[in-house]
Design a protein around this ligand. Structure first.
Ligand SMILES: [Zn+2]
Length: 407
């Protein structure tokens, strides 16, 4: 992922000005090819004709670019925001030239706040890490963009979100007559991220229907509710029962409701998979809805052991064939990163953590996820699940979400 190089920078949202730390990119063009692949949502990278010219005259152009004449800037001193139509990223350049990407020094997310010191019709001069840098003026606005435009749920209205049969992997779902519910935050400072909160279990009839474990039909690589080697698994299992007789699905949804309120208060939009005792959405349907209408997917569970062993997340198995299967191949690192962030958040509020905080597990959810996605186990059959404990768990998870998105 191209943006990783600048992740720390991009994710802060608000850049610090006048920092003495020089940005790695200034005068450092070693990743030109990688950067060039980032054409999707930034300024057009040039016509085929331009590229041909470039290939023939690369060295001359390099010199020309680093010495590109600056346009006449009108001096300004104002706050501006990165804007795009699709919530993508925009390149920051060391010179006012878009002939190729050799002068790209950063790639900023939509909504990033910047200080603008000069403006011309085509280019704006901004301050990046204390240095002057340039962005095409079309991608800057003095008005802060509505955060909902750069969330993955931007095209959805508040309220019910049903499985669209045209979505990737929707065909693999067997139970999908139910609906998730999208909530928009009313907080003053909205994050522009939608968190899918998936209360584990709670689908009547879910254990008598089977769905494929993997989109390519290959068998499961680890044991679990369904053993290794199986190619299909129960569509939604019933879940365990706590030592005090409370069914897991009641506790997962109680935590989901508390977490929803905390995330909304922090400025996140929330996609609730289940809010009552039952929703007719199997694990594939839940995952595909999350893929299309959220920016990360958190499934809440408690484990079936009886040792009060603490919280952990189900990490992506370090199995070569599994990690080479799409969509796992393109997303397993972000799944694990989300898990690590949530565990760090839980730790920060004093939640007991099991072992290193993770356990490798091949899950239907992980096998079909195209957004950062994790199954987190908040404890087990003998763990306390009083309202006070659930409240603390929700606080920890919300801290973890902030950490994951860099807020
Ligand atoms: Zn569970």
């Amino acid at each position: 992922m191209i943006r990783n190089r600048y992740a720390a920078l991009c994710m802060t949202g608000l850049l610090t000005f006048g920092s003495a730390v020089g940005l790695a990119g200034c005068g450092s063009y070693e990743k030109v090819e990688t950067l060039s692949e980032n054409g999707a949502s930034e300024e057009e990278t040039g016509t085929e004709e331009t590229k041909a010219v470039l290939e023939a005259q690369t060295s001359e152009k390099e010199t020309e670019m680093t010495q590109a004449k600056l346009p006449e800037f009108d001096s300004v001193d104002e706050t501006v925001y990165v804007v795009t139509e699709d919530g993508g990223t925009v390149n920051v350049r060391s010179s006012c030239n878009k002939l190729n990407n050799s002068n790209v020094i950063a790639s900023l997310d939509t909504g990033t706040e910047l200080k603008r010191t000069g403006v011309s019709k085509e280019w704006s001069r901004i301050v990046l890490e204390g240095e002057a840098a340039y962005i095409a003026s079309d991608f800057l606005s003095t008005e802060k963009p509505d955060p909902s435009i750069y969330s993955n749920s931007a095209s959805f209205a508040e309220g019910e979100v049903k499985l669209d049969p045209s979505w990737q992997y929707a065909d693999f779902s067997k139970i999908n007559s139910g609906a998730a519910v999208l909530y928009r935050s009313q907080a003053d400072s909205r994050k522009g991220k939608t968190i899918c909160v998936n209360a584990g279990h709670g689908t009547q009839g879910g254990s008598s229907v089977k769905t494929l474990c993997h989109p390519d039909g290959t068998p499961k690589v680890t044991g679990g509710t369904t053993s290794a080697g199986a190619t299909s698994a129960v569509a939604v299992s019933g879940g365990m029962t706590f030592a005090d007789g409370t069914p897991e699905y009641k506790v997962t949804v109680a935590l989901a409701r508390i977490l929803k309120d905390k995330l909304l208060a922090k400025g996140y939009d929330v996609l609730m998979i289940r809010e009552g005792d039952d929703v007719q959405l199997d694990n594939v349907a839940r995952t595909v809805i999350a893929n299309n209408a959220s920016d990360c997917h958190i499934a809440l569970h408690w484990d079936s052991t009886e040792s009060d062993k603490g919280a952990f997340y189900m990490s992506v198995p370090s199995n070569e064939s599994y990690r080479n299967m799409e969509p796992v191949k393109s997303h397993w690192q972000e799944h694990n990163a989300l898990g690590e962030s949530l565990i760090a958040g839980l730790k920060s509020v004093g939640v007991k953590i099991f072992s290193s905080g993770s356990m490798e597990m091949d899950l239907t959810q992980t096998s079909f996820s195209t957004v950062p996605s994790i199954d987190i186990e908040l404890g087990d059959k003998v763990s306390d699940h009083s309202e006070g404990t659930l409240n603390n768990l929700a606080d920890g998870l919300a801290v973890g979400v902030d950490q994951f998105f860099g807020f």
